[in-house]
Design a protein around this ligand. Sequence first.
Ligand SMILES: *Cc1c(COP(=O)(O)O)cnc(C)c1O
Length: 371
Amino acid sequence: MTPQAELVVDLDVYRQNLDVLRRLAPGAQQMAVVKANGYGHGMVPMARAARDAGAEWLGVATAEEALALRSAGDSGPVLCWLAAPGAPFAELIDQDIEVTASSAEQLEEILAAAPRRPRVQLKVDTGLSRNGARFGPDWTALVHAAARAQALGRVAVTGVWSHFACADEPGNPATDEQEKVFRSAVDELSAAGVDPGTRHLCNSAGVLTQPSAHLDLVRVGIASYGIAPDAAVPVPGVRPVLTARARLAHVKDVEAGARVSYGYRWQAEHATRLGLVPVGYGEGIHRTASNRAEVGFAGGRLPVRGTICMDQFVVELGDVPAQRGDIVTLFGPGDDGEPSVEDWAVAAGTIGYEIVTRLAGRWARTYRGER
Ligand SMILES: *Cc1c(COP(=O)(O)O)cnc(C)c1O
């Protein structure tokens, strides 16, 4: 029987999406980004499916994520990029995980911890002002530190990379500017006698909007899960990987004037019928979508009524025939008219990334297409 609340992840669709994205960046290697629990889809199953689809690389943010991939048996190229001081660099290097240096100081920390010559990628900040050595004196310092360490045989520099700020806004001149800065940073590294190795700059949006920046590798996250980076950047040919569905825990008729859920933020104008969906913000469903989102049911849509609670929320069935145990679909590929992740993002006042990444709590997870 279908569980009370279920996330269904279609690995065949995920692999097909990776194929579609590969064709959009045909000259580049592919890094499947599986951080944040595979954008809520489950990191390890997505990582395995990505390898089956031919992804040369897996990308994660933290050391813990990278080590979890190794614990799950992945032995291919993995890059991680977000480490506060004290990160387990020795273990990462011991496990053949490539790490990112964002400053001369961080490179020194990596080298000091390394049990043997580490494979390190250098990150340049081309404008986003998050991680990476800012192009200018900070980058120059990192380049020189890397050149010195390389001359002493202490490091293998395997790549240089950066990250776009506005690639999801087609035509935003910031993207060209960042690409230009990146190329200058790569030139500076080469001029210092360091082979830049694998050069990479594009996220999903960049794959679509900035083909000149595909370079040696692209890092695909959101689009591989079948979700557009932004409404302005549709991704032709990909399909949503994830379906979130739940079985109605209760169905009841209410009279005109009935008030619904905490704060009585919705009131029935006419007598109507309500259904109780047994998931809430404990499962990562955004409370800000209260009174705004819809769910799919029987080929149509039902509106969410009132406040979304920790464990549950109410939908209005009206005169749609329904009974306890019937399945409603919060979001999915849309084959039965159900909303998309993007629809929930609009209702919740956020982006699709946050809708899926927040999924947590008491869902059963079902994987289709496991090999
Ligand atoms: C998350 C992330 C990506 C993937 O971005 P999408 O927009 O999901 O494709 C790529 N590179 C880095 C550094 C990231 O942190």
